[in-house]
Design a protein. Sequence first.
Length: 366
Amino acid sequence: MIKSTSIAPRFKAAIIGVGSAAQQTFVKGGGHKIGYKHGSSLHRLEGVQVATAADINPENLAAFQREFDVPRVHSDYRVMLAEEKPDIVGVCTYMGLHARMVEDCIHAGVKIILCEKPFLASPAEMVRIARLVEEHPVTLGIAHMRRFVPNFIRARDLVAQGAVGDPVMIFGGLGGWDLAEFGSHWIDLIRFIHGDKPVSYTMGQARVRGQFGYGHRMEDHAIAYFEFEDGCRGLVDGGRDFAPPEGSSVSPRSGSDIRVVGTDGVLTITEGKGISLVNRDGRQWMDAPPEGPIDIWDLLYASLITQHEGGEESPVSFRRCAPSTEIYLAAYISALCGDRVELPFSGELAVFDRWALDAIAERNNL
């Protein structure tokens, strides 16, 4: 997407939490240069100017300003919102800061917000944000970017077309990870592949020791099991992966698979590789289709702009993606209380305002 320099921008964009300018890594526990992903996409989009940014680290902020030629930057995002009045904001901080920042953006009149995942830390935060979205003219999205990956779109379409019959179980594992930071992607993809059908309950278990990362307590191992209203089950193992299907071209225990077991077949999606399908027609392997000429992150923001202007709802809209947050929160709460958690949150759970892993650690005297 080539950006014209002769067209006046229609939207002023801002980034909260620009992050480090260092080379991107995928080491568990720290930042992944995600502010630069948001900044790059907004910088490329027609009609959008990256007009301002906020970060508490002055060196990171100065590097980001140079990279994207940002006119004005701030150490306090609330001052930035008040003085710059941006139309679009990318929230790229750690999860524990998201709720307050999204709330402040909405109250400041921001039109479009794309918040990083994991989205929120408690059911009470979810209830508050949902109420604000309903009451204000804001378009809120959650950065589940894999919804734009052609391989996962093809998998969703194959399932919808009946390639495996009626789905009975959709599951995946992520060796050495968790249910929130990385696991929220897998939870969201399971929902996406099954057409974002409603989930009625979640059960979970978690081994919590002394692990911390991304500004919050993390589990050593956790499992989320949930049921869609149509009876299909979902399962994400946030600590162990699954072996690939027989005949797969990927290495054993790749940790990058989501598998759909249906009444008439099995479909396995391997990220970055392709799809294995076994059904009555035999066994076949489909290489992952190439990504299009437009960067996936550009598509996230472009889809939210389209929705805000009255067009088609974005694949990463709050309505479509918020239930994925509910599932990982419910799994942790289930591990805490030893019971099934009905969804959506209601009653006492709707006002529960803690990161459940902290409560589990306290219960276990950690």
